[in-house]
Design a protein. Sequence first.
Length: 150
Amino acid sequence: MTATSKVSWKFPRQKLALLKIEAFFVGLLALFILLFSYFQLDGQVLWAILLALVFIIFYVLVAYITKSVRQNEEQYHFTKTHLEHTSKTKNRASKLKVPLKHIVKHKLDRFFLGGYLVTKQGKKHLLYFNTRQELERFGKFISKYTKPNA
């Protein structure tokens, strides 16, 4: 795979990993639960921490079960002329092919490792990355083969 002619990756690389954005919001909710239960239980720190941990354990368990049942996988393949996106779940698969000349805007989030593409028809195509290196390699590629964002 050369950076100049094509870019491709599979998401998620690990089957049951939490997304950064998912971990961020779960942590934020756990902090809220910790503070709320601390004040509701008249300053009992141990019970507040225990309730926050129960929430985190419950969330991770439900996320694990959901992801193992659904088995979601995204495959992206970009060439000089088009994007091929394959989305698979346990029971169905869908393929999409979009010419790069139809892409009018793209946005990448380096912290949460995601992004999107917008086509001339107004359709938004979401992108998910495993690592920052994948995102940066794609960013260089898409900048080279599409017009700059307006």
